[in-house]
Design a protein around this ligand. Sequence first.
Ligand SMILES: Cc1cc2nc3c(=O)[nH]c(=O)nc-3n(C[C@H](O)[C@H](O)[C@H](O)COP(=O)(O)O)c2cc1C
Ligand SMILES: [Mn+2]
Length: 488
Amino acid sequence: MARDFQSFLQQLEAVGELRRITAEVDPFLEMGAIADRVAKQPGGGPALLFENPTGHGIPVVMNAYGSLKRMQMALGVEREARGLDAIADRIEHLIQEAMPKPGMGFLDKLAMLPMLADVGGWMPKTVRRGLCQEVVKTGDQVKLSELPVLTTWPEDGGPFITFGMSHVRYKDGRRNMGLYRLQVYDERTLGFHTQMHHDGARARHGYTDGERMHVAVSFGGDPALLYAATAPLPPFLSEVMFTGFLRGEGVEMVKCVTSDLEVPADSEIVIEGWVDPAELRREGPFGDHTGYYSLADDYPVLHVEAITHRKHPIYPATIVGRPPQEDAYLGLATERIFLPLLRMVLPEIRDMHLPAAGAFHNLVVISMRKEFPGHPQKVMNAIWGTGQIMFTKCVVVVDEDIDPHDLTEVLFRITSNVDPRRDLLFTDGPLDVLDHSADRFAFGSKVGIDATRKNKAFDGFRREWPRDLAFPEEILGRITERWKDYGL
Ligand SMILES: Cc1cc2nc3c(=O)[nH]c(=O)nc-3n(C[C@H](O)[C@H](O)[C@H](O)COP(=O)(O)O)c2cc1C
Ligand SMILES: [Mn+2]
């Protein structure tokens, strides 16, 4: 398993998942346009290693996570029959193991100890040295322009760092790591785009105005780190430890050169600095994963004190924009990995799908088993009240035998099963701050569509609901057996 990003890239190359581009390519718009076109190829296209960025000696990698295969490789499940669902299975198993069962005796409890030992093994380990500090630049030596930072869309407010993972500590010492874009203002100043609903913003609120909250931004390292930085974990769960869980081994961390923060030791590059919660600056606009420019707004400022890197680093970047893009595969991993956690509180859910076209927050399709009147509406309300999935503007509910990933099937059920006045539920609530459609910032309406079959007992449906068209098993068996006789 790849522990650092360059060995991950080597693994990708070995299986034909990475292309090297030796031609000189400009990080200003040209790289983004190439990656955008490649990401829209069926299956997401290959990872791209730009060896020769205009004006820079540091190569750029894009689309590293932009296919199902690469996402599986990043999380080490490419050989598992169930792929990303293998991680969901581990979580499900863990939840079951951790539940004390009735009549559990002392010996049963002892049998749980190995699991506790596993948990210990996922904790980050502090090491003395890391590749990421082979080269250290502080003070006046710090020049953000040495990094090949991309400008991805023409009307962007400037160049933006897109794949840097920001590490902070809450006031009580807990770690948080999140993926937030960082606008480059000048050689030593960045925008710190921590949206109000995310832990990155929550952590800052513990600091008083005028106080410095240290921030370290790491690039690369174990490829699972970047996924963890996007995962909708609750504030009490550390993303670095979650990476340890995903990998079955704790992440090696090294202390920063200008603060007590720790960063993954084998990162490609680390930017160290601080944020004063009292200081805000205009950030954006930025061509975003909504498929539109998100509007400029005031965000904290990150003052850079040091840049450290390995001797020959590679700079990872992404482009977000109209879906599908690379981040669709990060979203897919979340859909699969978080299903068992959602099912802990909503056991009636069978499966769910967040189609890439819905840009994470606009559409969720849920298949479920209906057991009482108002059950689909109960699930819709639960979605609107849970973690980051609360942002969902449209929740579609289908019966448990419908595959929510089959969008033609889902559309068929919506259009045929729904009586619009009866089956649409409207409500209001928080929206993703990037949403442009609502009149108010981060607040607007949502719709739930109950596309389940209706019956008398639960829905008060007085007519007879027709059966799905189907051939008898006997006929289906016969034509399968005789298929070659038909010459088809
Ligand atoms: C490509 C990409 C870019 C993102 N950019 C931002 C961003 O600029 N600001 C932000 O608050 N969240 C951004 N996110 C979403 C967060 O990474 C995500 O919500 C994460 O769970 C937040 O973690 P936290 O709650 O620990 O802060 C981005 C996600 C992706 C996949
Ligand atoms: Mn978090």
